[in-house]
Write a protein that binds this ligand. Sequence first.
Ligand code: V07
Length: 254
Amino acid sequence: MIKLPFFNRKRRIDLQPSTLKLENIPGHVAIIMDGNGRWAKKRGLPRIAGHKEGMTTVRRIVKAANRIDVKVLTLYAFSKENWKRPQAEVDFLMKLPKEFLTTYLPELIEENVKVQTIGDFEGLPSFTKEAIREAMEQTKHNDGLILNFALNYGGRYELVHAVQSMMKDISDKKLQMEDIDETCISRYLYTEKLADPDLIIRTSGEHRLSNFLLWQSAYSELWFTEVLWPDFDELLFEQAVSDFQNRKRRYGGI
Ligand code: V07
C-alpha cells in the first residue's frame, strides 16, 4: 500500500480547533450509527469492512464528544433485531467490542473515559462479555465521558424487562404499586442512572428511531444526516451540537 503524506490524508485524526460555543452543550448525546453496510457496498467491499471502518469513526467521535465536555455518549452498536442478520455478519460484529477495546482501551483510560453498556448483556457471547467486563472494571473510577454502548438493546424489550423487574419487586414487597410513577419507571430501565438523551443523531438518511431509547427519547432533539457512519466526522458532530444549541426546547410547554 502506498502511504499518503500526512497533508494529503483524507481522514485526519488530529483535531482542528473547535468553533463551537461552550454554553448549552448537550449533556447526553445518543447516536444510531447507520450506513456501514452501504458504505462498504458502494466500494464493492463486504459489509463487515464497513463495520470495521465504523469503529474508527467511533474512536473519532468519542474524542470529539469528550473534548466539548459531553457527559454521556450512547452508541447503538447492536440491536435485539440484529440477530436476524446472516450468521457470519453477527459473528463478526460480536468480535468488534473485543477488537475495539484491545486497540483503544489504553487511550480511553488516558482520556478518563468510563465504559458502560445498556441492553441484554447476558445474551451476548462470553468472549464479548469478558472483554467488556474488563473494560468496565478498568474504567469504573474514571469520571470523564461515559461511553455507553447499546448492545443487544431494544427499547420495547427494555420496557418488558422493566415491568418484569417491577412485578418481582412488588411480589418481594420491595416496591408498592402506589409508588410507580415516571421516575420509578426510569429507574427500572437500563439507563437508570443516566439523564435522558438531549440529542439523538442518526446517520445514513433514515428518519426513524428503530426501537432505540423509546422511553428516554420523549423530549430529545433529533438530528439526521445523509452521511454514512464511516464517513461521519467531528465536524459533522459539532454541526449537530451547534444545531442543537440553536433549537428551543419546550418539553410540551409554550
Ligand atoms: C460495532 C462499529 C461501529 C459501527 C456500528 C456497528 C459496528 C464498537 C463497539 C464496541 C462495543 C462495546 C464495547 C466497545 C466497543 C462495537 C459492535 C459493533 C457490536 F465495550 N463498535 N462496534 N460493537 N460496530
